[in-house]
Design a protein around this ligand. Structure first.
Ligand code: AP5
Ligand code: MG
Length: 216
C-alpha cells in the first residue's frame, strides 16, 4: 500500500514499483477519473465528489477495490494507491484483504511538506490517452502539451486547481492521517522522504523493498 498527501508522488512511485515487482498498480483515483471521462454510471456518481476534492462514499470505493483485486493479475500481489483513505475503509480493507489475498505486507508513507505539494499539484499535467504524469517544471513533456510516450494530449486534472487542492490537503490530514497511525501501531509503516527527485525517492523505496523479507 502507498499512502501520502495529494501530490506526494504516490502514483509516480507506484508505477515504478509496479514495473520493478511485476504487480499491478491499483489507483482508485485513476479508476474514478477513467469512469468520469467515459461518463459511465460509476463516473456519474463519483464526479461531484472528485471535482470538489471530497471522498467518494465508502461502500462504492470498497466494492470497486474488492472487485479489482479478485482479477487474475493480482494473484502475485498488488500495490494499492489511494485506498484506504479513512478508518472505515481501513477496517473494510483489512477484512477484504484477508478474504482475497492474505495480509497486507507494507505501507509506504510518503512525506512531503505542504508548499511543495501545492507546487507539484498545480503544475501537474496528465496524458488523456495513456495516463502518463508530467509536471510543467519538474517533468516537462518534450513537446509542450503532448505525451512523450504516446503523443496523447496532456490535460490538467479538474481537482488540481488551487482551491480544490487546499480542500484535498485538509481532507487528507483529517481523514487519512488516522489511517497511517492505525497501520503504524501494527508495525507496517515505513516513512519515505518524498521531497527529493523522483529517482532518489525510488532508490529509498527500493531499499525498503529489498529488506522486506527481514521483517515479514
Ligand atoms: P487520487 O487520484 O488518489 O488523488 P490524491 O490522493 O489526491 O493524489 P494525487 O494523485 O493527486 O497525487 P500523487 O501522490 O499520486 O502524486 P503524483 O505521483 O501524481 O484521488 C482523487 C480523488 O478521487 C479524491 O480526491 C477522491 O475524490 C477520490 N478518491 C480516490 N480514492 C478514494 C477513496 N479511497 N475513497 C474515497 N474517495 C476516493 O505526483 C504529483 C505531481 O508531482 C506530478 O506532476 C509529478 O510529475 C510530480 N512529482 C512526483 N514526484 C516528484 C518528485 N519527487 N519531485 C518533483 N516532482 C514530482
Ligand atoms: Mg495519484
Amino acid at each position: 500500500m502507498i499512502v501520502g498527501p495529494p501530490g506526494s508522488g504516490k502514483g509516480t512511485q507506484a508505477d515504478l514499483i509496479s514495473r520493478e515487482l511485476g504487480i499491478p498498480h491499483i489507483s482508485t483515483g485513476n479508476i474514478f477519473r477513467e469512469a468520469i471521462h467515459k461518463d459511465s454510471e460509476l463516473g456519474a456518481t463519483a464526479r461531484d465528489f472528485v471535482e470538489k476534492g471530497e471522498l467518494v462514499p465508502d461502500h462504492i470505493v470498497t466494492a470497486l477495490v474488492l472487485e479489482r483485486i479478485k482479477e487474475d493479475d493480482c494473484r502475485k500481489g498488488f500495490i494499492l494507491d489511494g485506498y484506504p483513505r479513512n478508518l472505515d475503509q481501513a477496517l473494510d480493507s483489512d477484512r477484504n484483504l484477508e478474504i482475497s489475498d492474505g495480509p497486507l505486507d507494507l505501507v509506504l508513507n510518503m512525506v512531503v511538506e505542504r508548499g511543495e505539494l501545492v507546487r507539484r499539484l498545480t503544475g501537474r499535467r496528465v496524458c488523456r490517452k495513456c495516463g502518463a504524469v508530467y509536471h510543467i517544471v519538474f517533468k516537462p513533456a518534450l513537446v509542450a502539451g503532448r505525451c512523450d510516450l504516446c503523443g496523447g494530449k496532456l490535460y490538467q486534472r479538474s481537482d488540481d486547481h488551487r482551491e480544490t487542492v487546499s480542500k484535498r490537503l485538509d481532507v487528507f490530514e483529517e481523514q487519512t492521517g488516522p489511517v497511517i497511525e492505525y497501520y503504524r501501531r501494527r508495525g507496517l509503516v515505513r516513512d519515505i522522504d518524498g521531497s527529493c527527485s523522483r529517482d532518489e525517492v525510488f532508490q529509498r523505496i527500493r531499499k525498503v523493498l529489498n529488506n522486506l523479507d527481514d521483517y515479514l
